[in-house]
Design a binder for this molecule. Structure first.
Ligand code: GUN
Ligand code: FE
Length: 484
């Protein structure tokens, strides 16, 4: 049965296409159906021909959302790695490196979420922060507690965000107040959490194969898991190839060293996960700062994805991940805010730090930023098109959800943002050349593509949640400054 079109958006569209290109097109019409999927997109429809186009499409009576000058529509951001229960720690603890930071700041905070009142009190505002930042799909780590993870999943679902949510598996090398008592209880809690998430209704799509919330199997990292636990997780994921997996890898030199001590029979860190069947095309590997050449090959061969977490890698002095090299090797890359190793839930901040991280690599190995070869990324500053891709389409590939999200195309979910670079009160309002003001753009003789490029660039480098007017997931408005 045909699903009726219920809304048509009219305005400028910015849409990632490849790692080095994106569409920037004024006057687009985007039709969204009652299940929140995109029916069709038509380019270059002037105000005067909207009605004619709608008639041609057989639409007599439909809600038209007209974007204003200074606004554009783009796919929502995909955060491929973050920790919901670490939000209360934002901006603290950066005098420590990873292992000490976990012990002194992170585990004590996460332990608080055993208290369901605390979880119920904290998680709504935490999830709203991510939504206000324009994150339409978020890969969350919860805590190790079954019940409080159910609270998190229920809240994410009721707020309408798309998410992958994982209960942490951790049964060794953790403090006595924050550790699972056995690998068997870790597994049974994980199974119960997965069943709970699968029992949630699919959301606006009304389609069980396009749900809002997915469970993700989450061995915290190799150090925190016994061989027995990893082996049981192997059985669990083997039984359902659709289950997502997320973990940390090669973030910090001391962590890498300790991992090798714990798994002396494995060739390298990636080999630990691989030996337990945990590297596959729906595996998300966070950080990957210190991968060796053979590990890069293995990750590529298994089609696992890497979540680049540059803000956290700077804050905890973990290192600078060679993302350009990974891209040239054909590894799938997305971006992760990694709160609270990262000090912001915003993917805009993450994109900026990804730019700076690539610049640090370029300054060290290629100070003139010379193209090593056209279209190659190794040792080069990442261009705007690549930053946009990583924050959207690349993230969708890393989550193995790229058929459904990551860009705005007919058949995909309408997970989108309306961005307003001239929003009152924002940093961008009235600063320098206002790309939304026709006088200055006319004087500069800019094409509409140039104007949109500037708007995007300024949003990425100077924007924040004040510039995000609307956040849609599966066609439904769930956040943004225009949302009550
Ligand atoms: N490795 C294991 N746990 C964590 C965590 O919570 N944050 C980061 N950045 N790395 C980890
Ligand atoms: Fe992390």
């Amino acid at each position: 049965m045909l699903t009726p079109t219920v809304a048509v958006y009219h305005g400028s569209l910015i849409n990632p296409t490849t790692l080095t290109s994106y569409e920037a097109i004024p006057n687009c019409l985007i039709a969204v159906n009652a299940h929140g999927n995109i029916d069709w997109i038509v380019h270059d429809v002037k105000d005067s021909s909207i009605q004619e186009t709608l008639l041609q499409k057989g639409l007599l009576d439909v809600n038209i959302v007209a974007l204003q000058e200074g606004q554009f529509i783009m796919p929502g951001f995909i955060d491929t790695h973050t920790h919901a229960p670490q939000v209360p720690n934002l901006g603290t603890g950066y005098q420590y490196e990873l292992l000490e930071w976990l012990e002194k700041f992170t585990f004590p905070m996460e332990a608080n979420f055993q208290d369901l009142d605390f979880a119920n009190q904290m998680y709504p505002s935490i999830v709203k922060k991510f939504i206000a930042s324009g994150t339409t799909t978020c890969c969350y780590y919860g805590t190790l507690h079954l019940e409080s993870n159910k609270v998190l999943a229920g809240i994410v679902h009721s707020l309408g965000q798309r998410a992958l949510i994982g209960k942490c598996n951790m049964d060794r090398n953790c403090p006595s107040y924050y550790i699972e008592p056995s690998s068997s209880s870790s597994i049974s809690d994980t199974q119960e959490f997965i069943s709970f998430v699968h029992s949630l209704p699919p959301g606006p799509s009304n389609n069980p194969s396009n749900p809002l919330v997915y469970p993700v199997v989450t061995p915290r990292f190799a150090i925190s898991c016994t061989n027995q636990l990893l082996s049981s997780l192997q059985n669990l994921v083997h039984s359902d190839p659709r289950l997502h997996i997320q973990t940390h890898i090669a973030e910090n030199p001391k962590e890498v060293e300790f991992t090798k001590e714990l798994y002396p029979d494995c060739e390298h860190y990636a080999g630990v996960y691989d030996s337990y069947g945990l590297l596959r095309k729906n595996t998300i590997l966070a950080h990957a700062v210190w991968l060796g050449e053979r590990e890069i090959d293995l990750v590529k061969e298994r089609e696992a994805g890497i979540s680049h977490c540059p803000t956290s890698n700077f804050n905890l002095r973990s290192g600078v991940a060679p993302i350009g090299k990974y891209l040239d090797r054909g590894v799938k890359i997305g971006l992760g805010s990694d709160v609270s190793g990262g000090f912001s839930p915003s993917m805009l901040v993450t994109m900026r730090n990804a730019s700076i991280a690539s610049t640090v690599v370029a300054l060290q190995y290629n100070p003139t930023n010379a193209p090593i070869e056209a279209g190659r990324f190794t040792n080069r500053q990442l261009p705007l098109a690549t930053l946009l891709y990583l924050a959207t389409k690349g993230g969708a590939e890393v989550c193995a959800l790229d058929k459904q999200i990551g860009s705005l195309e007919p058949g995909k979910s309408f997970d989108a943002l309306i961005v307003d670079v001239s929003n009152s009160g924002s940093t961008l309002k009235g600063s320098g050349i206002n790309p939304a003001a026709s006088i200055s753009t006319a004087a500069l003789n800019l094409s509409s593509r140039d104007i949109l490029e500037r708007m995007l660039e300024r949003f990425v480098f100077c924007g924040d949640d004040r510039n995000i007017s609307a956040v849609y997931v599966q066609g439904k408005l769930i956040g943004g400054t225009s949302y009550a």
